[in-house]
Design a protein around this ligand. Structure first.
Ligand code: ADP
Length: 320
């Protein structure tokens, strides 16, 4: 049986990471394992930035955003020298298994650790919901709730002035944040990378809406698709509707995790330790049809996932 495991958070942070760390630490200690907190992502493994954790070190964190272990990106870890240093630290501290909380990039590191003979489990944490082997990632629910809260506020002022507002949200090449918040926030239009964008279609919908007396026009835009200010100018020129831009930015990454994220994080952290306890490594913990399952890291990374087309089509119907 495994006696000592390590846990680290890597890449972009996400609300709910702390709840997952808590679940990992408590489940491991309950099962008589020692847990070492590795700080600053893979850099902590290279530089030996480690600390043994106890039941109390994860007290009072379930409701906090960010990550108490801090996170980082480590280019050194990707080099043979970096890997060698990490291996030394793992041996010196007697770490027999590792739980990695992060996104796709972090899981490539987890795959390297597994190949090195260290059983490693990945837990998907990212607000972008861009990990294909799982229906949802930890942080997505909190981020989308933050965005919807912002939409509600923007709608108040937009309605007062009969304006349009283009709200740019995160997503890293994925439209899930824009789509889910567009539906939940009652947006008139959702611009996301998975769907070809037709500005004339958008403008037609805005004009039709205005003609029937609509006073607010909310347009969701997934990041890195267009210059949001240029887009607003174009919409304004074509429709005559005053159009403002809002870029929500890193507000989406912080905040107290929602109930859904805390429960998902707790379930996934618990499951990760169950796997290590049985000596199983090289897995990503996933949620599919509300069941916590796991899959091979390499297979998980290679998986493809479409977007929810039905939700997108529905959003067009509901926003007429
Ligand atoms: P995320 O996990 O959020 O997708 P990154 O892509 O920035 O974030 O990855 C986080 C870290 O994971 C990187 O800084 C690096 O240390 C490690 N990593 C990323 N890609 C690889 C890789 N191909 N091989 C080994 N480690 C990697």
């Amino acid at each position: 049986m495994m006696k000592t495991i390590g846990v680290l958070t890597s890449g972009g942070d996400a609300p709910g990471m702390n709840a997952a760390i808590r679940a990992v630490v408590r489940t491991a200690i309950y099962n008589d394992m020692k847990v070492i907190g590795i700080r600053r992502g893979y850099n902590g493994l290279i530089y030996g930035d480690l600390r043994e954790m106890n039941i109390a070190s994860v007290g009072d964190i379930i409701h906090r955003g960010g990550t108490i272990l801090h996170t980082d990106r480590s280019d050194e870890f990707k080099t043979p020298e970096g890997m060698k240093k990490a291996r030394n630290i793992i041996e010196i501290f007697g770490i027999e298994g590792v739980v990695v909380l992060g996104g796709d990039g972090s899981f490539r590191g987890a795959l390297d650790l597994s190949r090195m003979g260290v059983p490693t489990i990945g837990i998907p944490c990212t607000i972008d919901n861009d990990i294909n082997c799982t229906d949802y990632t930890i942080g997505f629910d909190t981020a989308t709730n933050t965005v919807v809260d912002a939409i509600n506020k923007i709608r108040d002022t937009v309605t007062s002035h009969q304006r349009a507002n283009v709200i740019e949200v995160m997503g890293r090449g994925r439209g899930d944040i824009a789509l889910y918040t567009g539906v939940a926030g009652g947006a008139e239009h959702i611009i996301m990378p998975e769907v070809p964008f037709d500005i004339n279609d958008l403008c037609k919908r805005l004009i039709q809406g205005k003609d029937r007396g609509k006073r607010s026009h909310i347009i969701m835009l997934a990041e890195s698709m267009f210059d949001v200010n240029e887009l607003c100018k174009e919409i304004e020129e074509k429709t005559g509707i005053e159009t403002r831009a809002t870029v929500l930015g890193h507000i989406q990454r912080g905040g107290s995790p929602t109930v859904a994220d805390r429960i998902l994080a707790s379930r996934m952290g618990y499951h990760a330790v169950q796997l290590l306890k049985e000596g199983i490594g090289n897995r990503i913990v996933c949620i599919r049809n509300n069941q916590i399952v796991d899959c091979d890291i390499e297979e998980g990374l290679a998986m493809q996932k479409g977007f929810d087309e039905e939700l997108y089509e529905m959003s067009k119907v509901l926003s007429i």
